[in-house]
Every structure is written in C-alpha cells, then in structure tokens.
Design a protein around this ligand. Structure first.
Ligand SMILES: Cc1cc2nc3c(=O)[nH]c(=O)nc-3n(C[C@H](O)[C@H](O)[C@H](O)COP(=O)(O)OP(=O)(O)OC[C@H]3O[C@@H](n4cnc5c(N)ncnc54)[C@H](O)[C@@H]3O)c2cc1C
Length: 302
C-alpha cells in the first residue's frame, strides 16, 4: 500500500463516486473499505436515476468500483482504526500499517438500528422488513403497513407512509411517554399500538405477521424506523464538529471543521440516498482537488 494523495474511507456510493472524480482529476487515490456498505443490502432499487427497470445494490457497487478503477483509483479492503493530523495532512492506521495522505474523505456511512428480534437483520437484507420509506415507500401503495418505531422518529415515518396507504399502524416499542405525537398521528389516520414486539413471523418470501402480548396481526409490509448511528468516530477523534444526532457538520463544499478532512454520504446530515451521497461526493472531490491545487500554487492568483 503506497501513500496516496487522497485517502477515501468507505467504498459505498459516496466513496466510489469521489474516487472516480479524483481519478479523473489525476489524483492518486486510495479507497479502503471495512466491508458491507449499506448499499450492498439493497435488493432492487427503483429510484436510482437512469435505471428505470431497477438495479440491485450489488450491481450499483460493481459498476461504481469498475468506474473508479478505470481512472486509477485503488480500491481495497481494510479498516481504518485511527486517523491523526500530521503537518498539513493525515496519517491513518489501516490494519496495522500507517498510510499518509494530503487529504481525507470520510464516506463511512451509518449502522442501522434493528429491532432486537431473531432473524430481523436477514429479513432487512431480503427486503421483508424495510428500513427506508423514501427508497421504497412507493411499493407499499395501498398495502397494510406496520411501522416499528421508538419515540417520535417512528411517528414521523408512520405519518410519511400515509402518502401511500390508508392502512398504516405504528407499533411503538419504546416507553409510552417517548411517543408525544400519538393524538396527532391518530388524527392523520395512523393506528397506534403501544406494545413491545415479541416476534416477526416470516413465511417464505414475506413477513406475514407481528406478534405482541399474545396477539398476532398480519401486515403486507413492515418497516423498521429505529434510526441509525453514524460512523463518525474517526472524525470525532480529530475534534471535527458533529451535529446533535452524531452526523458530521460540513460546509457547502463538504469540508468538515478540520482542514483537509471532508465527508460525504450517509455520515453527513441529509437524506440517506444514493443520489445524495454521489452528489455530495462529487462536490467534495472537486473541492479536495482545488484545495491541493491551491496548496501547490497551481491556481491563478485572486
Ligand atoms: C435495505 C436498504 C435499501 C435501500 N434502498 C435504497 C434505494 O432504493 N435508493 C437509494 O437511493 N438508497 C437506498 N438505500 C440507502 C443507501 O444504501 C445509502 O444511502 C447509501 O449506501 C449511502 O452510501 P455511503 O457511501 O454514504 O455509505 P455506505 O454505502 O454505507 O458505505 C460506507 C462504507 O464505509 C465503510 N467504513 C465505515 N467505517 C470504516 C472504517 N473505519 N474503515 C474503513 N471502512 C469503513 C463501511 O464498511 C461501508 O462499506 C437503502 C439502504 C438499505 C439499508
């Protein structure tokens, strides 16, 4: 592993898009990835621009990796355990080795919180339990939908699902006092069930029912709306500014509060969407290139 000019941490849609742009700006770019980008969980995406028939997450990532490599980016497996400032650049510990870079892009994504029920993670991967109404709410049109939620975040997702169906139930698994919007939800026509869930009943290719307190109820589709934790520890270690929900704060060019450290994709505030991740990555890569040009005296004087 030789030292690149730019280190990109994370090979999901954000990291790979940045690598393509940086490669085309003729920057030596290393992308390291700890495995299982969130995008790899997408069975079929129907809102990916340019793919009207849909495309799987695995195919999106394969195409993006090919494109990044076409322009010289090195994409490799590895986990960045530490990131520190060194002069104007950075030094990263990757699987026991030190790698230096002049700029770093964090494209580290988030980790979803799932209900603590056997088999749920597998059910999300198979799209039996869904986690992203903006991605696939359209496919829930006129279906009986359950939203598993905790606090008002679950309430907001259940309310959003009324865009698609008039049969929406919020199953609130937190303490009842954490749900402050119960009356407003009921006015919107959302059924509210306050109960800890016991099981998700899976039958072949679909979730057939949810059970709680001895009751079993069938739904066509189940959403889990328990939120996600941003992978922002490396930035936190550098003292970068984070927002209240733990995501990275960035400026209009995707620069964090640490000079030379950029961020794009789900780890940054905003919609967790591929189109957003790729747009942010394009902005970040362009600013990284311009920053390095300025540092090297390759720009016109103001
Ligand atoms: C089931 C499901 C369905 C979805 N459907 C859609 C859809 O239809 N349309 C849509 O637009 N979006 C969809 N999304 C959302 C989409 O997947 C994300 O918005 C997108 O993947 C974000 O890209 P990213 O590059 O920011 O992060 P990710 O794709 O999550 O990639 C982040 C990568 O960073 C790596 N990483 C983290 N920390 C480190 C470290 N310290 N060292 C090295 N590597 C590290 C991780 O291992 C991971 O591989 C869906 C998500 C899920 C889970």
């Amino acid at each position: 592993m030789t030292d690149p000019e730019v280190l990109v941490i994370g090979a999901g849609p954000a990291g790979l898009t940045a690598a393509t742009y940086l490669g085309r700006f003729r920057r030596d770019t290393l992308v390291v990835d700890g495995g299982e980008p969130r995008a790899s969980w997408i069975p079929v995406s129907h809102n990916m621009p340019g793919f009207p028939a849909g495309i799987s997450g695995a195919d999106i990532l394969k195409r993006m990796r090919e494109q990044a490599r076409e322009y010289g980016a090195v994409v490799t497996a590895g986990r960045v355990a530490e990131l520190a400032k060194e002069g104007q650049g950075f030094v990263a510990r990757i699987d026991g080795r030190s790698v230096r870079a002049r700029a770093v892009l964090l494209a580290t994504g988030v980790v979803d919180r799932h209900p603590d029920l056997k088999g749920v993670e597998r059910a999300v991967q198979r799209s039996l339990v869904r986690i992203c109404p903006i991605c696939d709410g359209y496919e829930a049109t006129d279906k009986a939908v359950a939203v598993i939620g905790h606090s008002d975040k679950g309430a907001r997702e259940a309310a959003f699902m009324r865009t698609y169906s008039d049969r929406v139930a919020l199953i609130h698994i937190g303490p009842p006092e954490a749900l402050t919007r119960q009356a407003a939800l009921q006015r919107l026509g959302v059924e509210v069930i306050l109960a800890p869930l016991d099981a998700v009943v899976l039958e072949k290719e679909r979730v057939t029912a949810l059970t709680w307190g001895g009751q079993t109820r069938a739904f066509d589709l189940v959403y889990s709306a328990l939120g996600a934790s941003p992978n922002a520890e490396l930035a936190r270690g550098l003292g970068a500014r984070l927002s209240d929900d733990g995501r990275l704060e960035v400026d209009l060019h995707q620069a964090t509060s640490v000079p030379g450290l950029y961020a794009a994709g789900d780890v940054v505030r905003g919609l967790n969407q591929i189109a957003v991740a790729t747009a942010e990555a394009a902005v970040a890569a362009t600013d990284i290139h311009n920053r390095l040009r300025r540092m090297d005296g390759q720009t016109l004087p103001d």
